[in-house]
Design a protein around this ligand. Structure first.
Ligand code: FES
Length: 69
């Protein structure tokens, strides 16, 4: 089994990473603020720190600001 996929596909698995993004496992269809639809598979990280340059997704920038949350 791929660890990036949810254990039970009927359950949405959400992980709040310590001092990092919100990770959601599974196949996602996301409507961006622009209205564009983006699809993601596996684990997708959503920015919680506010500094990502690819919001709503995490780009790892939280490490540069030593985000706590
Ligand atoms: S949580 Fe990773 S860039 Fe914001």
């Amino acid at each position: 089994m791929n660890e990036n996929q949810p254990k039970d596909p009927c359950i949405t698995e959400i992980i709040v990473a310590n001092n990092g993004p919100l990770k959601i496992k599974g196949n996602l269809e996301i409507q961006l603020a622009s209205g564009e639809i983006v699809t993601k598979e596996g684990t997708t990280g959503f920015c919680r720190c506010g500094v990502s340059k690819i919001k709503p997704f995490c780009d790892g920038s939280h490490r540069n600001i030593e985000f706590i949350g």
